[in-house]
Ligand binder design. Structure first.
Ligand code: HEM
Ligand SMILES: *[C@@H]1O[C@H](CO)[C@@H](O)[C@H](O)[C@H]1NC(C)=O
Ligand SMILES: *[C@@H]1O[C@H](CO)[C@@H](O)[C@H](O)[C@H]1NC(C)=O
Ligand SMILES: *[C@@H]1O[C@H](CO)[C@@H](O)[C@H](O)[C@H]1NC(C)=O
Ligand SMILES: *[C@@H]1O[C@H](CO)[C@@H](O)[C@H](O)[C@H]1NC(C)=O
Length: 520
């Protein structure tokens, strides 16, 4: 090739690259929607990709671009996104117009990854509706109550472990510890497997669970990026997010349990049992298949493993930073136990008002779901963002974000929003949770189905742990709380380091039997 054609091909490649990396970047300018001018390829994610900003700060900054606008434009790399600010619009999108906004943006290509692709979060349209209706009965308050004992066993074992830590191990990284608890709870409540991941961190469940739910490795981030932005390429290369042998392990676990229960008639108060029972009430042809059950079971694992652990780490951190709040929680726990002969019941636990307020306030100040998203499936006209602007039509295929964290931290809605103050929930008695500016679990019909499960799981743990121990700041604790820059998930900077001290005068639980059978 001569010199000229080399130059020409280079120019062509450059122009094509420039076109590809900027072709969507004109939208907001064209329509006069407030936005930060994007950089090629990265859009508004440049500082994030360079690890200079946390996702939390990026969302808050975007939200604050124009306090008068009803929405803001944001480029997530090449994808234009409408970030809603106005509460009425948020309601319209998440609650009133389900027909236009029934879906999430696909995370994985279902043809390549049927197990993850079959999760409720990933399902769309009528399929989502059918499955949501199938699953909802398993997450009512009375059903969570039946699983309470299983959770309590895990929490009690966990608290026992913490209260007996030798002095030199009392400073611990809470996240790695708490994923062991959430792993055991899901294994017990969903898969009928009783394990003790603190004692046996190498059990298959924990190891496979960690592999399949860790998003942060470079390979996985790339995988998700391809699945999200080029599903055809994921299909062509058969890029699986969850390896086949791991998917098979979790499938077999469900298939075997269902088969055994059908054959022997044994029962257990877990989610699989609820699935099987609700199948009996359905007309034939509409039952959940074993594959459906396996998909959903896995998705609860996937959706509940890291989220609950991270959120609980943040609660623990805030309790350590606010010893007066912690003492008051401990007092409430002690009193409750005293009034119930040392036994923690479901009703007694949910009757603890201050504990409830502490958790709700944590979920307000630092919700780990920083934003929720909706995919537009039918064109939808938004009113002008600012007086004098033109209306903007959201086209099918476009993405909408609700910036949960930014609303939770907006002084327009919460007085002194950055202050951790459980009093605002304790005194106001549900007015906040019903106000439309509190959405740690999302909003509307697509709201988190596991919110009661999650809250119960967190409370059981705190009750058992705080009855026996106190959580203290440790030399490696970073205060105030700081998050890792440039990662999508909410992770403490350098992890969540805290110290666990046994309480001098701790209340004695009447012991819950906690057998530790390992999973082979
Ligand atoms: C503190 C813990 C948790 C948080 C903060 C959380 C948050 C969320 C959020 C924000 C959504 C999206 C809601 C929306 O788009 O409006 C969601 C969806 C979902 N969550 Fe959770 N979640 C947690 C724990 C759990 C647990 C333990 C489970 C399962 C047992 C679970 C199962 C699900 C499912 C299945 C969906 C999809 C619902 C649907 O699309 O219909 N989550 N969660
Ligand atoms: C979140 O990020 C941290 C640090 O990058 C990582 O250790 C952790 O495993 C991640 N969690 C998930 C679910 O990807
Ligand atoms: C569920 O687990 C328990 C003990 O963990 C066991 O005794 C029982 O056989 C299991 N049930 C089924 C149906 O697998
Ligand atoms: C909260 O409101 C309910 C009913 O409105 C009332 O019965 C209850 O006493 C209130 N609790 C507090 C702490 O104000
Ligand atoms: C805390 O939040 C839960 C649900 O998110 C709600 O049911 C409960 O009433 C709230 N408690 C208070 C004190 O606001």
């Amino acid at each position: 090739m001569d010199y000229l054609s080399i130059v020409l091909s280079l120019v062509t490649v450059f122009v094509a690259f420039y076109y590809f990396t900027t072709r969507n970047h004109n939208l907001f300018k064209k329509h006069g929607i407030v936005h930060v001018p994007p950089t090629p390829l990265f859009g508004n994610m440049g500082s994030f990709a360079r690890r200079q900003i946390t996702m939390l700060d990026l969302i808050v900054k975007t939200y604050q671009l124009d306090p008068k606008a009803k929405y803001i434009g944001f480029y997530e790399f090449l994808t234009p996104i409408i970030v809603l600010r106005d509460l009425d619009l948020i309601k319209a999108v998440t609650m009133k117009n389900l027909e236009q906004f029934s879906d999430h943006r696909p995370l994985v290509n279902r043809k390549v990854d049927p197990m993850l692709g079959g999760a409720l979060f990933m399902l769309n349209g009528d399929q989502w509706k059918d499955h949501r209706n199938m699953l909802s009965p398993s997450f009512t308050s009375s059903k969570i109550k039946t699983m309470f004992k299983l959770m309590s066993e895990c929490a009690s074992r966990f608290a026992e472990h913490l209260s007996n830590l030798p002095e030199e191990q009392r400073e611990t990284e809470m996240k790695s510890l708490l994923t062991k608890y959430t792993n055991d709870v899901i294994a017990s409540c969903v898969y009928n497997v009783s394990i003790d991941s603190v004692k046996e961190p190498n059990n298959v469940f924990y190891v496979y669970g960690r592999i399949s739910t860790t998003m942060a490795t470079f390979k996985r981030s790339l995988l998700f990026l391809v699945h999200r932005n080029a599903p055809w390429l994921a299909e062509l290369l058969q890029l699986k997010v969850v390896d086949s042998h791991i998917a098979k392990f979790f499938y077999d676990q469900v298939a075997e349990t269902v088969e055994t229960r059908q054959r022997t008639g044994t029962r257990r108060s877990d989610i699989l049992q609820l699935f099987m029972d609700s199948n009996k009430k359905r007309e034939s042809g509409k039952e959940m298949t074993v594959q459906d059950m396996a998909n959903h079971a896995f998705s609860f694992f996937f959706g509940g493993f890291d989220t609950v652990a991270s959120q609980t780490c943040i609660v623990a951190h805030l309790l350590a930073e606010n010893p007066d709040v912690q003492e008051r929680v401990q007092q409430e726990i002690d009193e409750t136990l005293e009034n119930n002969n040392g036994e923690l019941t479901y009703e007694a636990m949910h009757g603890m008002k201050y504990l409830d307020a502490v958790i709700n306030e944590t979920l307000r100040l630092y919700p780990i779901a920083l934003f929720i998203d909706r995919l537009c499936v039918k064109d939808f006209e938004l009113p002008p963002a600012r007086p004098g602007d033109k209306p903007f039509t959201v086209k099918a295929g476009m993405n909408i974000w609700v910036p949960v964290i930014a609303i939770h931290q907006d002084s327009k809605y919460y007085e002194n929003p950055l202050k951790f103050d459980p009093g605002r929930f304790y005194e106001n008695n549900k007015t906040i949770t019903n106000s439309g500016v509190y959405m740690p679990f999302g909003l509307g019909p697509r709201m988190c189905i596991g919110n009661r499960f999650a809250l119960t799981e967190i409370k059981v743990l705190l009750c058992h742990v705080l009855a026996k121990c106190s959580i203290k700041l440790a030399p490696r604790t970073i205060t105030p709380l700081q998050f890792e820059k440039g990662v999508f998930n909410v992770t403490g900077k350098n992890g969540f380091w805290l110290a666990i001290e046994p309480r001098k005068s701790s209340y004695c639980f009447s012991t819950v039997s906690a057998s530790a059978v390992s999973c082979s």
